[in-house]
Design a binder for this molecule. Structure first.
Ligand SMILES: CC(=O)SCCNC(=O)CCNC(=O)[C@H](O)C(C)(C)COP(=O)(O)OP(=O)(O)OC[C@H]1O[C@@H](n2cnc3c(N)ncnc32)[C@H](O)[C@@H]1OP(=O)(O)O
Ligand SMILES: CC(C)C(=O)C(=O)O
Length: 796
């Protein structure tokens, strides 16, 4: 069975290096783009098992024009009717822009040359491209021609092309240029290639400077030597061809050794002016040189390529749908994975690179300097090709903390502290190890939200901050240990939801965070110590928020041991108020600390009932006052009760409880409150709702007010609104009857929401009203609720 040889020299010989003294190309650098010719519609097309249909060729042609190609080889028209008709279609349907030269390929055969000319009749600018192979193998085996016969074949057909070009130029006003390809150039004796090209040039006889230059296209028909050898051959040819100024030297590299890009780049240094190739390197066998890569290699050196791949995805889509060959995921610049880092150290460098670049760009912009791209592992800004940064970092088991932190920052705007990055990395690593797959951005953000109970009601933990007040308290010690005046202390007084039950907790500390930690210790037996606290701003302007990060450790008897504890819990908080953001971060971490652990029950006793909850409180109100509290009012009052009973260790009598209720919501009490109702009536407005007209006593002064609404209550609230700054709205309303017979009256429950002008937060309060008239009872309840809010009254 055949296999690879131990000694391959028995089968394959080395290329023969060119003896080129004083070669120039190694010390040259490229400074401008070559002329490009796309041979996708000829060479690429011929290399497909199913050549393109006319529709596909047309779509491809339009793409090439859009990308900026000014020379396009559109067909081998004598090869098939499809190719011939395609050329006709482009010409007859004015598809070819005036500044684009179409090129057609023909062998050195009279019938095929004539047919090729027939195909291009009517085109404005045509490059006639003729080829014949020159190397010994082709001379001896394929053509069975001597050197002289080979030259004669090339010159005889060049002469014919010249005659036909003159003829068609005269008869059809067309402009022709001529390209001659000494096929198999790189395998041919250099002197012989030169001899043939000189002869062709002479017979063509029309080579001149500028646009009249004859094109000698020197193909690496099969790539059989390293790229430096091609560069040597091109430099030699450029140096020895006569009338160099009347010649365009063109390259046509194939990729058999996988070095077509290098060969083209070095051969351009060797003196070539033009490159023929295909998009993404399609073409016979291993393909032609890839023009996308060549152009973008120039671009990333700061050289304008004069080809536009700003929408690389569109280019990929068109090319792959026409060729039916996918672009390799690792294809330079275009592959799905080329702007993606999976591995940890790469991600780390990219994250740091972006951060440093952002800072540098701001500085450069301020100094009027250019915003140079300089990023680890990324030679090109994906945005230049219409790609987003979305896929730059992707996560699997090879990834590290920095990449994950980068994605959290991108998608949640949170710049995690280093130690928290490490903590969260473990969470993600567990997922990727367990599931042995790529971890998506959605996986990461969901895991983050779940771990830190971050991002709305769906992710709430067992403990949730509902409301709080921080007050300053004088320190019990007038001086500290150094004899300096002691700072004020802070008191946290807030409501948190604990497993769905509102709990009022209080605590003291040096600052709001330590006060909350103290409250958690006192009321819920959660004993933790703060180890690290960091915060940063998120967003700007009115919508800016503060993000806080907290690390907690379990408190031990030994302070040093506590600080050194290996187990810790991180939390995150985001809020427009920096204090609230820190407090949320504490609860986020505490949710991690408590896990499923049982928390001590609320100690609230009403009368002799020792463990009461909000339903017991509501029962007392029903029994004492006959009021059926709406569900949310029950929760709100339960909070009031807890706050009231703090000083009495959670104890309250039945009577005190009903009095507390009446005083709080203004139910059947003497005190009228800040807003109270005088005489009023409603009028009907044509086509509208009721119009409230009446008197309201506001801060002791009677005002005449009017207001419109969909119903009586909203009209009255509108009248009230006309007297205050900010906005007021009704969040909940309910009512029921109390009493019997002639004593029956309506009791209304109203929750109002108030937003004072410029206030970041809304305030809400309940109020109660009772009256024999149900409308009056509702309005009284609303005014009572307003009395409990910090409403700013307009000047009378
Ligand atoms: C390196 C390249 O990519 S070059 C472009 C290759 N593209 C094509 O070949 C296009 C598709 N080809 C075709 O459609 C056909 O080959 C045609 C229409 C061009 C010619 O078809 P046929 O006349 O049947 O010839 P066939 O396909 O067998 O080609 C071989 C003949 O052409 C000759 N020949 C090969 N290249 C050339 C050339 N550049 N100039 C002149 N004759 C040539 C061969 O010597 C051989 O001649 P022979 O029959 O006298 O021995
Ligand atoms: C016709 C020539 C230029 C060719 O396609 C080749 O040599 O690969």
């Amino acid at each position: 069975m055949p296999c690879m040889l131990i000694d391959p020299s028995q089968k394959y010989g080395p290329y023969v290096p060119l003896k080129l003294d004083n070669r120039q190309w190694p010390t040259k650098t490229v400074t401008k783009a070559p002329i490009w010719l796309s041979t996708d519609l000829r060479d690429g097309n011929q290399a497909l098992a199913c050549p393109m249909t006319s529709e596909q060729k047309l779509t491809f042609f339009r793409l090439l024009v859009k990308c900026g190609f000014k020379e396009i080889e559109i067909a081998f028209p004598s090869a098939s009717d499809t190719d011939f008709s395609f050329v006709r279609y482009l010409i007859e349907n004015n598809e070819i822009p005036d500044d684009v030269w179409i090129q057609v390929l023909t062998p050195a055969r009279e019938d095929l040359i004539r047919r090729s000319f027939e195909s291009v009749v009517g085109a404005k600018h045509v490059i006639m491209h003729m080829y014949n192979a020159l190397c010994p193998m082709f001379r001896n085996v394929v053509f069975r021609n001597s050197k002289a016969q080979t030259i004669e074949l090339a010159t005889r057909h060049t002469k014919l092309i010249r005659e036909l070009a003159d003829q068609y130029a005269t008869s059809h006003g067309m402009k022709f240029r001529y390209e001659y390809s000494p096929e198999t150039f790189t395998q041919t004796e250099l002197e012989f290639s030169l001899e043939v090209c000189e002869a062709v040039k002479e017979v063509w006889g029309k080579a001149g400077p500028g646009i009249d230059r004859i094109i000698f296209n020197l193909p690496a028909t099969v790539e059989v030597a390293p790229p430096n050898h091609y560069a040597d051959q091109i430099e030699y040819f450029c140096a020895h061809i006569s009338e160099r100024e009347k010649v365009i030297i063109s390259l046509h590299p194939h990729n058999d050794r996988g070095t077509a890009i290098a060969a083209a780049e070095l051969a351009v240094l060797g003196g070539a002016d033009r490159v023929e190739g295909c998009l993404f390197g399609n073409g016979e066998r291993t393909g032609n040189v890839d023009l996308v890569t060549l152009a973008l290699n120039l671009y990333t050196q700061g050289i304008t390529p004069y080809l536009d791949f700003s929408d690389i995805q569109e280019v990929i889509d068109v090319v792959t749908s026409c060729n039916n060959i996918p672009v390799h995921p690792r294809h330079p610049y275009a592959g799905e994975l080329v702007f993606t880092a999976f591995s940890g150290s790469h991600q780390d460098a990219i994250k740091k690179g972006f951060e440093a670049q952002d800072i540098r760009h701001v500085k450069n912009a301020a100094n009027g300097e250019s915003q140079m791209w300089d990023m680890p592992y990324m030679p090109l800004d994906p945005a230049d090709l219409g790609c987003t940064y979305e896929a730059v970092i992707r996560v699997n088991a090879q990834s590290g903390k920095a990449g994950i932190a980068y994605l959290v920052k991108q998608h949640l705007q949170l710049d995690l502290p280093r130690k928290m990055q490490i903590a969260f990395y473990k969470v993600i690593q567990d997922i990727s190890d367990r599931e042995a797959r790529e971890v998506t951005i959605e996986d990461i953000t969901t895991a983050f939200r779940q771990t830190y109970h971050f991002g709305g009601p769906n992710y709430e933990g067992r403990l949730v901050l509902r409301s709080f007040h921080i007050t300053a308290e004088p320190s019990p010690h007038s001086t500290n240990d150094d004899g300096e005046p002691s700072d004020e202390r802070r008191r946290f007084d807030g409501t948190i939801s604990v497993d769905g039950v509102l709990r009022v907790i209080r605590g003291d500390g040096n600052g709001p965070i330590s006060a909350l930690i103290d409250a958690l210790r006192t009321h819920l037996e959660i004993d933790v110590t703060l180890r690290e606290y960091l915060e940063h701003g998120v967003g700007g302007g009115q919508d800016s928020k503060a993000a806080s990060y907290i690390e907690l450790v379990a408190t031990t008897d030994d302070v040093k041991e506590t600080r050194r504890a290996s187990e810790s819990w991180w939390g995150v908080g985001l809020d427009s108020d920096i204090v609230a953001s820190g407090l949320r971060a504490v609860l986020s971490a505490v949710n991690g600390v408590i896990g499923d652990r049982e928390l001590p029950e609320l100690k609230l006793s009403i009368g002799s009932n020792v463990t009461c909850d909000k339903s017991h409180v509501s029962d007392v109100i029903i029994n004492a006052l006959g009021l059926e509290l709406p569900r949310r009012l029950q929760a709100s009052f339960f909070e009031v009760v807890q706050r009231k009973t703090h000083e009495s260790d959670g104890k309250i009598s039945h009577d005190d409880l009903s009095r507390l209720f009446q005083d709080t919501y203004g139910y059947e009490v003497e005190d009228k409150g800040k807003f109270s109702l005088g005489d009023f009536h409603f009028e009907r407005v044509d086509g509208g709702g009721p119009l409230f007209k009446g008197e309201m006593e506001i801060e002791g002064v009677v005002r005449k007010v009017t207001g419109e609404g969909n119903g009586p209550l909203s009209a009255a609230i509108d009248a009230l609104l006309s007297q205050v700054e900010g906005t007021l709205s009704c969040r909940e309303y309910s009512e029921h009857a109390v009493g019997e017979g002639s004593d029956v009256k309506a009791v209304s429950f109203v929750e109002l929401v108030y937003e004072s002008p410029g206030a970041a937060k809304k305030e809400a309060a309940w109020g109660l009203g009772s009256d024999t008239d149900i409308t009056a009872s509702g309005i009284r309840a609303a005014l009572r609720a307003a009395s409990r809010l910090d409403v700013v009254v307009k000047k009378a």
